[in-house]
Design a protein around this ligand. Structure first.
Ligand code: ZN
Length: 381
């Protein structure tokens, strides 16, 4: 999931400003009221296939146009290709795009994967895009297994379901990814592979927390999570320079079971110098390496007098080599030794910590309130 703001999304938000304001307003009314209301549309739009020349679908589905008028039906495998401006061929018959497919039995296959809900096929200059429109709850069922371990206690799974739901609602309302869809199905947002990723205990965790999200000031909270904090989480301000009242450091005694609670990695100094040079940091042979501390974590790495911001340094050397932004470095005998704490950026919820708290008998509410202090838990529907 991309935890940084995207330029295209913010310019889109400006383009959609009136709509954006409206959606924002409806949601804040919902979150302000104690009772759940029905005016919020819980449909999410995911760009499951983007800008292709040919799209293969399979299923038993009704077809309709943008006004909901019936266009016919498909049964079985079907190939979709663009034919002329604004038109597409579906199983060798031509229709004006976009065309919406509503599966008879609740799901259909698109480009070899099964998806719940409707699929709209849109044509643009870049080709065909398939947008899966489905209920937020169904989407959460499709994403949380990528983020949890099967052995987790159910309360930790519930906490993760609420985080995934909050992320989706925040994106839909505050920062949709494009004009066509709210979310990308990759790590840019949350990895979404449709039906095949679901499992029963995760589905129960989703059902038991139905409609619950984290909010702040009557708007969906901006949530982040990471694998292992190493003993204390980090603030969004320290890591990204962005002040968020509920993304502040909290103590965590619960992630000691993570294999990356403490870690050491030894690299050849020449290899690191080569990677830095390839990324535009021509520092030469490594002679002096030190770190610049921020409030709690590393702010930058100073290599031969050149300052490299820590997130850049991790990106260049490798996020799975320098596992976190909380480490020390020593240079000796041509080798660089990194000794660190935790895995990930450290902001928001610590996932191993969530698992540890659940194991120790805490509920999903207690877990989320611990890692996101000040954010409220509200039921939207
Ligand atoms: Zn932790």
């Amino acid at each position: 999931m991309n935890r940084s703001s995207s330029r295209s999304a913010s310019s889109l938000a400006l383009l959609l400003f009136p709509l954006f304001l409206f959606a924002d307003d409806v949601l804040s009314q919902i979150l302000r009221s104690e009772a759940t209301v029905t005016s919020f549309d819980p449909t999410l739009r995911i760009g499951i296939v983007q800008s292709v020349d040919t799209l293969n679908i399979d299923g038993d589905a009704q077809m309709s146009d943008t006004d909901g008028r019936a266009l016919g039906a498909i049964q079985g495998a079907c190939r979709i290709v663009p034919v002329a401006t604004g038109k597409i061929s579906v199983c060798d018959r031509t229709y004006p795009a976009p065309v919406t497919f509503t599966p008879k039995f609740g799901f259909m296959s698109v480009a070899g994967k099964m998806f719940r809900g409707k699929v709209e096929v849109v044509l643009s200059e870049k080709g065909l895009t398939a947008v899966n429109a489905l209920h937020i709850e169904e989407y959460v069922r499709g994403v949380i297994n990528k983020e949890i371990m099967p052995g987790w206690h159910i309360e930790a799974k519930k906490a993760q379901a609420v985080l995934a739901r909050t992320y989706a609602v925040h994106k839909k309302v505050m920062r949709p990814r494009t004009a066509l869809y709210d979310l990308d199905p990759t790590v840019l947002d949350q990895v979404y592979g449709g039906l095949e990723k679901e499992d029963l205990t995760a589905n129960k965790a989703v059902a038991d927390t139905r409609g619950e999200i984290l909010s702040y000031n009557d708007l969906p909270a901006e949530i982040y999570f990471h694998s292992t904090c190493g003993g204390r989480t980090a603030s969004a301000k320290e890591v990204w320079g962005k002040e968020v009242p509920y993304l502040v450091p909290v103590k965590c005694d619960h992630c000691k079971n993570s294999s990356l609670y403490r870690w050491t990695r030894v690299l050849h100094a020449d290899e690191v110098a080569k990677k830095l040079a390839a990324a535009g940091y021509a520092v030469g042979k490594l002679k002096k390496v030190s770190i610049e501390k921020g409030d709690l974590r590393v702010a930058a790495v100073i290599v031969n007098g050149k300052r490299i911001e820590v997130n850049q340094f991790r990106k260049v050397v490798g996020y799975t080599t320098v596992y976190s932004n909380d480490f020390t470095i020593t240079l000796s005998g041509g080798k660089l030794t990194f000794s660190g704490k935790g895995f990930g950026h450290g902001v928001g919820a610590c996932q191993y910590g969530m698992a540890g708290m659940a194991q120790a008998g805490k509920t999903w509410r207690e877990i989320l309130q611990h890692y996101l202090p000040g954010a409220e838990i509200r039921k939207m529907y």
